[in-house]
Ligand binder design. Structure first.
Ligand SMILES: *[C@@H]1O[C@H](CO)[C@@H](O)[C@H](O)[C@H]1NC(C)=O
Length: 217
C-alpha cells in the first residue's frame, strides 16, 4: 500500500519549493525524466478490465523500466477521516521488452506522458518521496523529444510513502504533518480532489527566494 497526496504549483514558484524541500529534507534532489505508458485491457472472456502503467526512467544511463498497478483506495469512516489517500499499489522492475509482453497479453496503449522534474527521497517518520514535475504529452508515438506540456505554467507535486495495513495511519500522519510545511506554497490533498494554487504562494516564494538568494544567484 501507499499513502499519497497531490497538488499543483505554478512553474514560477517551483524554484522556491525546491529551496524549501532542500532545507526540510537535507538531501539533494534527483532529476526526473519518466516516460509513462498507460495500458488498458478491455474486459475479455474470463478477465476483468485492467490498467497498468509502464514507467521508463530516462535519467538513467541505461533506461530502466518499472511496471506499476494502482489498485483500489481504502474506503470507510477511517479512510474519510484522514486527509491522505491510502491505496494498494504494486510495482516491479521489469526488462525493456515489457511493452511487447503487455501487447501480447492483449493490452492496448491508452495514452503516454513524459514527466520532467525532480524528486526528493528522505525519512521523516515514514519513507517520503516528493516529486515535482511538468506533465507533457507526445505529439507523435513515443517521441519523447517532441513532448509539449499538458498544462503550461503548472507543475504537479506528489507526496507518497509506502505503508501497510498495520502502519498506514502512522504513515498518513507523517505525510500530513510534512505537508503542513509546504502549505504556504501549495495545497496537497487526495488525488482527484481538485484544489487550485494557493493565494499565499507568491509571497511565500518571494521570501524563500530572498533567504536562499545567496545560494541561487
Ligand atoms: C510501513 O510499512 C511499509 C510496508 O511494510 C514499510 O515499507 C514502511 O517502511 C513502514 N513505515 C513505517 C513508518 O513503519
Amino acid at each position: 500500500m501507499e499513502c499519497v497526496v497531490q497538488g499543483i504549483i505554478e512553474t514560477q514558484h517551483v524554484e522556491a519549493l525546491e529551496i524549501l524541500l532542500q532545507g526540510l529534507c537535507g538531501v539533494h534532489r534527483e532529476r526526473l525524466r519518466i516516460h509513462e505508458l498507460c495500458l488498458k485491457s478491455g474486459p475479455n472472456l474470463g478477465s476483468e478490465a485492467s490498467e497498468v502503467r509502464l514507467l521508463c526512467d530516462l535519467e538513467q544511463p541505461e533506461p530502466t523500466w518499472t511496471v506499476r498497478h494502482v489498485g483500489g483506495s481504502m474506503r470507510g469512516a477511517g479512510a474519510d477521516q484522514i486527509s491522505v489517500l491510502v491505496r494498494t499499489m504494486v510495482e516491479s522492475k521489469v526488462s525493456k521488452n515489457v511493452l511487447r509482453l503487455f501487447y501480447l497479453l492483449g493490452y492496448k496503449l491508452d495514452h503516454e506522458l513524459l514527466r520532467v522534474g525532480f524528486a526528493f527521497h528522505f525519512q521523516r517518520g515514514a519513507q517520503i518521496a516528493v516529486t515535482v514535475s511538468s506533465v507533457n504529452k507526445m505529439l507523435k508515438l513515443h517521441a519523447t523529444d517532441e513532448a509539449v506540456p499538458v498544462t503550461p505554467g503548472i507543475q504537479l507535486v506528489e507526496v507518497t510513502a509506502p505503508a501497510s495495513a498495520e502502519n498506514y495511519s502512522e504513515v498518513a500522519a507523517s505525510v500530513s504533518s510534512f505537508c503542513e510545511y509546504l502549505a504556504p506554497l501549495l495545497h496537497l490533498s487526495k488525488p482527484g480532489v481538485s484544489t487550485g494554487v494557493v493565494p499565499t504562494a507568491a509571497a511565500a516564494a518571494a521570501s524563500l527566494m530572498s533567504y536562499g538568494g545567496t545560494t541561487i544567484m
